[in-house]
Design a protein around this ligand. Structure first.
Ligand code: IPE
Ligand code: IPE
Ligand code: MG
Length: 248
């Protein structure tokens, strides 16, 4: 629509899926798919930055992914280190803040150190927040949140509310995703951000992650701009007040 500003999501989360299939179709080992996937990550971050999306979250490695063959896990950890090394200067230049969610204690020490350094060196950046979900699963995040709550001795049962639980999640300062993109045509959430996705719009792209281009990303944003979010309320209520009082 000319002259009308398109609705841009504040937070986009992506389940980057299909690296293995991309490699298999080319007769290559899976790790080649992950390497190609890394290039797609770079493009996706660039696009989100160009579109001024303030929060981008990428599902890079799940707790379940620890169960993959050892060489694949090692390859992924090495790629992660390579990614941080290569992208840190660019993040600093652009003002991108790196953030991570997940059970970071399970990461190998050298990965952990690199990630920690990048977190520290970008913590004052304000242009965009790039969150990597590493050794992450939604159920695990909720369990860890409950543990954090219970460590507070003064906590009584009636103090446990949606709000207090939310405050103990990994990055409570980040708004819930408005749009979830999953690539490779899979119609499932695979244990990603179970709490935060309650009212997130979902877009599934048929492209395998290494084929996810800026044009594909744009299609998802265009689709999102046409969605009507109701948060459990009626159309009329939403028209009066863009977000209901009780909306997340
Ligand atoms: C996504 O691609 C990347 C990770 C899970 C690390 P996959 O490795 O799951 O690729 P497919 O689903 O086997 O094609
Ligand atoms: C989800 O993809 C995890 C990441 C993208 C990191 P998977 O490939 O692990 O999920 P499933 O096995 O298809 O559900
Ligand atoms: Mg997969």
């Amino acid at each position: 629509m000319p002259g009308k500003k398109k609705k841009i999501p504040r937070h986009v989360a992506i389940i980057m899926d299909g690296n293995g299939r991309w490699a298999k179709r080319r007769g290559l080992p899976r790790i080649f798919g992950h390497r190609a996937g890394m290039k797609a990550v770079r493009k996706a971050v660039e696009f989100a930055y160009e579109k001024k999306i303030p929060y981008l979250t990428l599902f890079a490695f799940s707790t379940e992914n620890w169960g993959r063959p050892r060489d694949e896990v090692e390859g992924l950890m090495n790629l992660l280190k390579e990614y941080v090394d290569r992208e840190l200067p660019e993040m600093k230049k652009k003002g991108i803040r790196l953030n991570v969610i997940g059970d970071l204690d399970r990461l190998p020490e050298d990965v952990r150190e690199k990630v920690d350094r990048a977190l520290r060196e970008t913590e004052d950046n304000e242009e965009m927040v790039l969150t990597l979900a590493l050794s992450y699963s939604g159920r695990d995040e909720i369990v860890r949140a409950v543990r954090r709550m219970l460590r507070k001795r003064s906590l009584r049962a009636r103090d446990v509310t949606e709000e207090t639980l939310r405050e103990h999640l990994d990055s409570p300062w980040i708004p819930e995703p408005d749009l979830l993109i999953r690539t490779s045509g899979e119609m499932r959430v695979s244990n990603f951000m179970l709490w935060q996705l309650a009212y997130t719009e979902i877009y599934v792209s048929e492209k395998l992650w290494p084929q996810f281009t800026k044009a594909e990303f744009k299609k998802a944003l265009d689709d999102y701009a046409r969605r009507k979010r109701r948060f459990g309320l009626t159309d009329e209520q939403i028209e009066e007040e863009p977000r209901g009082e009780n909306a997340p």
